[in-house]
Design a protein around this ligand. Structure first.
Ligand code: ARG
Length: 587
């Protein structure tokens, strides 16, 4: 069943009325309908269109009002220089609530059906601790995957892990020479053990030229497919992947084993990439290396910055691999849209990769490749987030901290959870705190990692929204409605009842759910959905303060208010779910 949003109904009605007031060449002009504080909606497209028609805006607006009277009861009033303030009749509002409740998708359409999207996200590096940048990529990428998928897109997740490179020569050589070093079978601690190994190997490499030479020979052995060397490399990759999976499931992101698409997968394609670029005249040799340039990309001195595809020593760079992945995504996956959820500091890299791919013909105009950059996570001191001793902060530790803080908050209140229930809620809220803090900040901006602020039960936090949802569910439980299907609740709704202003605001906010999802899919900015859910929770609070629900005297009023509450709860849960955040029944 398709649900037409009230805003869309209004837009269509005003557009039709406007068309009748305009000369034919301006028929179908956009009336620009938006939510408004003064009425339900405002249309201010009349101004631009009047200018085009060479008529006074108020005259056009007056005519629209006249035509609207004959439409579905939507009333309008001319205001200011010629805007329209629009009010929707109560029955339209109540019917929209009933229609959304009757639809398991809550009225959200699938406008992206048929679109194929590849999302490249998370992408930590083997044998290295994941850092907060990988957290951001994982959390933002996952929300985009869920939202695009929910809107009907066919989404492929790709976790382009760093599983190849000269550093493996050093690691494998070090392990060979230090059989006493234990890193395997460390479970969740594997990454820390590997990270320590990496650092020790790096120290040896820098201090001991003979070891550095042996490490370089080891790289050659790895590239040549030497059995013993490859076996250790495989172990390093496999154990790292296991450790990544532990983090992903703890974090509640969709990424799993099937999504690993490491750099090493593209090794065999790299010589062909260089050949292709040379043959097309897109790359050239410079000082022994193979490089390409992008118009307008220069360093501060004004010199063109090269994108290095093959290094002087014959090794391939990060750019070559990205070009190879691009070809796979276009040719095999038939992507219409490719998203790279990667740190803003890699903007230049992607700009150049996309430019080169376009010029050589590997990225056709019909395919949209887009870097989805995000800002840096800062500590409370305003500097990039590190531990006191300057080390990378472990994701597992962040989650532990957030869960500890949530547990303290919950234990300070009265609750009747069993131990296991409490653990589950602590986990849900701790993860929500971290993920929501990341998602609710404007994606491209830096943000400060502040656990106390993240677990706050008031303000725009994940925990607040979980509370708001649990509160709605508790109201419905008390009303004995929780077992009732949404359709039944909606079906009892009396659309002829007058609307309290707080009911109206809440219902119109609920009406905007699908529009906000489409907006996030266009802009790739999950914080817009966060802001929407926060507004929704606030509108519910105002409604609940102003309008008795369970204690409403009139049974029809009670039924309508329960329907509004039910739809609010379902919308909050669905919205949080699309952000990858759980919505527990009780908090
Ligand atoms: N592994 C890289 C890093 O940690 C991120 C890779 C991002 N994806 C890509 N296709 N380049 O910085």
């Amino acid at each position: 069943m398709t649900v037409v949003a009230i805003q869309d109904q209004v837009e269509a009605a005003v557009k039709a009325a406007l068309t009748r007031a305009l000369p034919s060449e301006l028929a179908g002009s956009d009336p620009v309908v938006r939510r408004s504080d003064r009425a339900d909606f405002q249309a201010n497209g009349t101004l631009a269109v009047a200018k085009k028609a060479g008529r006074p805006p108020r005259a056009i607006a007056d005519e629209v009002v006249g035509h609207l009277d004959t439409e579905v009861g939507i009333t309008a009033e001319v205001s200011g220089p010629g805007f329209l303030n629009i009010t929707v009749p109560g029955n339209v509002v109540w019917s929209a609530v009933a229609a959304r409740l009757a639809d398991t998708r809550l009225g959200v359409a699938t406008p992206r059906a048929g679109e194929r999207v590849v999302v490249d996200y998370s992408a930590p590096n083997v044998a290295k601790e994941m850092h907060v940048g990988h957290l951001r990529s994982s959390v933002i990428g996952d929300a985009l995957v869920r939202i695009l998928g929910h809107l009907g897109a066919d989404v492929t997740r790709q976790n382009h892990i760093g599983d190849w490179g000269t550093q493996f020569g050093m690691l494998i050589q070090y392990l060979d020479e230090h059989p006493e070093v234990s890193w395997k079978g460390q479970g969740a601690e594997t990454m820390s053990a590997l990270d320590a190994l990496y650092k020790d190997a790096r120290v040896a490499f820098d201090a001991d030229p003979a070891f550095a030479d042996r490490s370089r020979s080891r790289v050659v052995a790895l590239q040549a497919g030497d059995d013993a060397t490859v076996a250790v490399w495989r172990d390093l990759v496999a154990e790292s992947e296991k450790a990544f999976d532990v983090i992903y499931s703890r974090l509640g992101v969709l990424l799993d084993d099937g999504d690993f698409d490491g750099e090493s997968r593209y090794n065999d394609a790299l010589p062909g990439i260089v050949e292709g670029l040379l043959a097309a005249g897109v790359a050239s040799e410079s000082d022994g290396a193979i490089v390409t340039f992008t118009d307008g990309v220069t360093n501060p001195d004004g010199d063109p910055v090269p994108l290095i595809v093959r290094k002087k020593d014959g090794g391939f760079g990060y750019a070559a691999t990205d070009l190879a992945t691009m070809r796979l995504r276009v040719d095999e996956y038939k992507a219409d849209r490719i998203l790279y959820v990667v740190d803003a500091r890699q903007a230049l890299h992607f700009k150049m990769v996309f430019d080169v791919a376009r010029r050589v013909g590997w990225l056709p105009e019909t395919v949209h490749a887009q870097h989805v950059p995000f800002g840096t996570v800062l500590g409370t001191d305003g500097r990039p987030f590190k531990t006191r001793s300057g080390k990378t902060v472990r994701l597992a530790d962040l989650l532990d901290d957030a869960e500890g803080a949530v547990r303290a908050v919950l234990q300070a209140r009265e609750h009747n959870f069993t131990g296991a229930e409490l653990d589950a809620v602590v986990h849900a809220a701790g993860t929500a705190a971290i993920k929501y803090a990341d998602l609710s900040n404007t994606r491209t901006k830096d943000y400060v990692f502040d656990v106390d602020q993240m677990v706050a039960t008031t303000g725009n936090t994940g925990v607040y929204l979980q509370y708001a949802h649990a509160r709605v569910r508790s109201i419905l439980r008390r009303a004995g409605e929780q077992t009732e299907a949404a359709t039944a609740v909606g079906g009892r709704l009396d659309t002829s009842l007058p609307l309290h202003p707080a009911e109206r605001t809440l219902a119109l906010t609920l009406d905007g759910f699908d529009a906000i999802l489409h907006d996030v899919a266009d802009t790739l900015e999950p914080h817009r959905l966060c802001g929407y859910l926060y507004d929704l929770a606030s509108a519910f609070t105002k409604f609940y303060d102003a309008c008795p629900v369970i204690k409403a005297d009139d049974p029809s009023v009670r039924a309508n208010r329960l329907a509004l509450s039910d739809l609010t709860g379902r919308t909050l849960a669905a919205g949080l779910g699309l952000l990858g955040i759980e919505a527990p029944e009780r908090m």
